[in-house]
Design a protein around this ligand. Structure first.
Ligand code: ATP
Ligand code: MG
Length: 397
């Protein structure tokens, strides 16, 4: 049987680490994949993680207490060693000394976020003492992210994300953060990172989120340069399904791009960031936001916009997956990028299939109302052709 150490090393090799590298230029050649050797005697990390990572269920239960029971003693005896969460580096305490200024007044009230007090889905009470701390997973703008395990059975593995209250206040994003947390707490979809609970102390907010075993999609895109049509189609299929779910709940994402997507241990895509989301029943927004390359014409031109901005961004994402760079990128100036977006100056390289071009051009329509409906996208031959057998897409069933 494999040692816990060997499992740890396999996890460490999953490449989940620090902040994003700079965006690469369009690839000129494909990058070779390193040769991995598979040792037959080692337990599969994917299997272990599938067993121990807190599951993202499609039900309304929000407390980890209500999740399926831990394995029976018989199962435990037969099971490989529990998944090692790596070594904690003491970073939270060190960081809290440097960044942890306490806040007061209205901001303190706004940021006193605790899922056990939630009116919609109250959870059990959580605190830092509820977890065994593991290795650092990365650094976000407002604090570090750690791999952790709940001390109580069934000892689920999670990612614990820290947000420094004083920095949220300095950046004037208290309300936005509260809104992001409220939105994410109500979402249950296999391709959306689940928020299981949250709590706070004097200086920080802690978010207990679903652990994405294969880390950032952006890193994989940088490593490979671009993805095959099959892989791209499967990702877009999952994105379309997640966006249909979000739009059905009147949530517009507004910031779809590879940097905001994570990958689960079985290779599934997970929308991970809700910083720009708007819960907008019937509202049309006029704010400028999002990342330049993924902005639709109506936002570039400062017009009102609606959920169709996400259809446009999905078109940009489809293009970037297969070409390795977004379609309207102009490195010479921001103004030129804006101009190319407003003119829908779309050019395809010769090697793209007709079906892939059809999907991209139907999503990248100047008029938001003309953009391909997401249910029609799910029925498009380019998605149907590569969809694994047995996948059920309820919205078109
Ligand atoms: P930024 O704006 O820099 O993206 P952020 O505040 O949005 O910052 P995150 O992106 O959520 O922070 O987290 C920082 C890093 O931690 C990510 O880039 C990723 O490597 C890792 N990470 C975050 N959430 C998870 C997760 N659920 N599972 C695994 N790794 C994660
Ligand atoms: Mg992020």
């Amino acid at each position: 049987m494999a040692t816990v150490g060997s499992v740890t090393r396999q996890i460490a090799a999953l490449e989940i680490s620090g902040s994003n590298p700079p965006r690469p230029a369009a690839p000129t050649s494909s990058i070779a994949r390193p040769n991995h050797t598979k040792h037959a005697s080692q337990p599969s990390v994917a299997k272990l993680l599938t067993k121990f990572a807190a599951p993202n269920l499609n039900s309304n239960q929000s407390s980890l207490e209500n999740l399926p029971p831990p394995p029976s003693r018989k199962e435990k005896d037969a099971a490989p060693p529990a998944l090692d969460i790596g070594r904690y580096d003491g970073g939270l305490e060190i960081e809290n000394k440097e960044r942890g200024e306490s806040v007061s007044g209205d901001a303190a009230t706004e940021l006193a976020l605790d899922s056990s007090l939630s009116q919609t889905y109250p959870t059990q009470e959580w605190s830092l003492h509820s977890f065994d701390m593991g290795r650092p997973l990365g650094k976000g703008k407002f604090g570090r992210v750690y791999m952790v395990r709940t001390k109580t059975a069934p000892n689920y593995i999670l990612a614990l994300k820290t947000l420094y209250k004083c920095e949220l206040v300095k950046n004037k994003v208290e309300k936005q953060t509260r809104r992001e947390i409220e939105i994410q707490q109500n979402l249950r979809h296999p391709n959306i990172i689940r928020l299981f609970g949250f709590f706070h102390d004097e200086t920080r907010i802690f978010l207990m989120v679903e652990f994405a075993g294969k880390g950032e999609l952006y890193k994989q895109l940088s490593k490979h340069g671009c993805f095959t049509e099959k892989r791209s189609s499967r990702y877009i299929d999952q994105m379309a399904d997640a966006l249909i779910y979000l739009h059905g709940k009147h949530v517009i994402h507004r910031d779809i791009k590879p940097e905001n997507l994570l990958v689960g241990i079985n290779g599934e895509l997970k929308i991970g960031d809700f910083g720009w989301s708007v819960h907008a029943p019937g509202l049309r927004r006029m704010t400028m936001c999002g990342t330049l390359d993924y902005l639709p014409p109506e936002m570039v031109e400062g017009k009102e916009h609606n959920e169709k901005v996400d259809h446009w961004a999905l078109g940009v994402l489809t293009y970037e997956f297969m070409i390795g760079a977004p379609p309207f990128e102009d490195r010479s100036s921001v103004k030129n990028t804006y101009r190319r977006i407003a003119r829908v100056d779309l050019k395809f390289p010769p090697n793209l299939s007709a079906d892939a071009k059809d999907v991209i051009s139907k999503l990248l329509q100047y008029d938001p109302q003309k953009r391909l409906a997401l249910t029609d996208l799910l029925r498009h031959p380019w998605l149907v052709k590569y969809r694994p057998q047995g996948t059920v897409r309820e919205s078109i069933a």
